[in-house]
Design a protein around this ligand. Structure first.
Ligand code: DOR
Ligand code: ZN
Length: 351
């Protein structure tokens, strides 16, 4: 290993949106060429709420990544009506690795989400027994709450009480964006961990308005103040093993992002590990990258670490302005900018 080359255990993406149909075929190879596994979000339309639907979705993903050594880790979408029997079926399936909690109305395709977490107590009890993690989109949806405070209020009103009712439930607090969320996870027991996206490490809310409205930097939870960005950077520099890589890469077509009511979601799968690598390098924390990207996630989920590796080279390359998305186009995160790390043998166009 030299300063210009880095070899690490193959990483996994613990939070990913792949969509279905043509969009899936367009985006899945980007993830499969760098990651060994990914936790697949179930917020399709209609959502993946049953084991039977998850099997169908798994088959569709496997067809889209044919030729790659890539394992999709499936999740179910928790609803007010998810039964304990469905949780038992999920546990027995062995390929379902968690249930996703979307507070109803919090984000893309969350209308069928949970209206009151107490309605899920029987399912959560079964998950706690089964050791099946709850993956949380941690924002309240109360319209009166300021959009920048929704994560903090969620911790106080929903998450903290939940951890008292289910002290052994495994929880992944997804895509954390605030100092409060980082502190909450650090102070919690071993059963509570968090994922961090590249955009929340690299940007703060100024990036939404720099030189005009920037729809391609809009995601949920929305970017926060600089002090929160700094808190997340401090977390990754610390090497705390409760935090791991989860891109939240979420493809939307260019015209749906650049519209009067633009969709939330940032597509980062085209260069995810390269972007994280340059962030860790900027933080003088390259020695912490491998644990964050390749060890902490599988250790938390109770899965083996990957046995293959990837190599990155210090080379400048320019991120394209767009990529195909079915018959449409998508604008990738950091479009048109130059990255200084490149995955070896990387073919930037999917097969
Ligand atoms: O920005 C986001 N996009 N946040 C989410 O929680 C969902 C995602 C999507 O599915 O597009
Ligand atoms: Zn997401």
């Amino acid at each position: 290993m030299t300063k210009n080359q880095l070899t690490i255990t193959r990483p996994d993406d613990w939070h990913l949106h792949l969509r279905d149909g043509e969009a899936l075929t367009s985006v899945a190879p980007f993830t499969a060429r760098q990651f060994g596994r990914a936790i697949i979000m179930p917020n399709l339309n209609p959502p993946v709420t049953t084991v039977i639907q998850a099997v169908e979705y798994l088959d569709e993903i496997l067809a889209a990544v044919d030729g790659y050594d890539f394992e999709p880790l499936m999740t179910l979408y928790l609803t007010d009506n998810t039964s304990p029997d469905e949780i038992i079926a999920a546990r027995k399936s062995c390929f379902i690795k968690g249930l996703k909690l979307y507070p109803a109305g919090a984000t893309t395709n969350s209308d069928a989400g949970v209206t009151d977490i107490r309605l899920c107590d029987a399912a959560l009890d079964e998950m706690q027994k089964a050791g099946l993690p709850l993956l949380i989109h941690g924002e309240v949806t109360t319209p009166e709450v300021d959009v920048f405070d929704r994560e903090k209020v969620f911790i106080d009103k929903i998450l903290e009480p939940l951890t008292h009712r289910f002290p052994d439930l495994k929880i992944v607090f997804e895509h954390i964006t605030t100092k409060e969320a980082a502190d909450f996870v650090i102070q919690s027991g071993k059963n509570i961990a968090a994922t961090i996206t590249p955009q929340h490490l690299l940007l703060n809310r100024n990036a939404l308005f720099q030189g005009g409205l920037q729809p391609h930097n809009y995601c949920l939870p929305v970017l926060k103040r600089d002090i929160h960005q700094q808190a997340l950077l401090k977390v990754i520099r610390s090497g705390n093993n409760k935090f791991f890589l989860g891109t939240d890469s979420a493809p939307h077509s260019k015209h749906k992002k650049e519209s009067a009511c633009g969709c939330a979601g940032i597509f980062s799968a085209h260069a995810a590990i390269e972007i994280y690598t340059s962030i860790f390098e900027q933080q003088d924390a390259l020695d912490k990258l491998e644990a964050f990207a390749s060890f902490n996630g599988p250790d938390f989920y109770g899965l083996p670490r990957n046995s293959t590796s990837i190599t990155l080279h210090k080379t400048n390359w320019q991120i394209p302005d767009d990529y195909p998305l079915g018959n449409d186009k998508l604008v990738p995160f950091l479009a048109g900018t130059t990255l200084n790390w490149e995955l070896a043998d990387a073919d930037k166009t999917p097969l």
